[in-house]
Design a protein. Sequence first.
Length: 221
Amino acid sequence: MRNKPNLFSSSFYLCLSGVHVVQKMYGCEWDDETQKVTGYRQHGYDGEDWLIWSTESNTWIAPKQQAVLTTNKWNNDRGWLESNKNYLNQICPEWVKKYVDYGRSSLMRTVRPSVSLLQKSSSSPISCFATGFYPNRAEMFWRKDGEEIHDGVEKGEIVPNNDGTFQMSVHIDLSSVPTGDWNKYECVFQLSGDKEDVTHRLEKTRILTNECTYLYKCIYL
């Protein structure tokens, strides 16, 4: 707002006392498929929209009556309007495209996860845990006989690892299911950009658990 302090402040002459919050947001969006560019710039005052730039008409709009005075003055400055339009519709998208190109190798990469089956105790739910995947656009679920199931299933959120990859888990309660039927279940992980699913069939020997089995041997002398 350095170039227009007098215009912006003129709409706040009724609110000079107390503490108030002025917000400013501007930028652009670029659709790499349609090549459509959308620029935006707006100002807020105490959490409410105050001044909004219209990309269609290249004019400022006042959602609040108190801001009409400012929009009238700003809309009369055609040079500044054209400069603003050029920045949001030309310069900003060019920078977005450059940054996308620079980061494409990183942004577009896919890293498959390491998947494990975990269980705290024999009475606890079984967790399918995936870690080390990228990007964070992923789905994980349980299937029985090839069909996705929801009963007894609890999904966890996708959370970041400290190396920039992600992890997630999905839990299933099979306490009422005989262990002989466990092989009907499988955990499925799907990663955006990867056509091949990662599947883990539920086998008791593949489950990592905190429980330990102790073997005691008595020796009589």
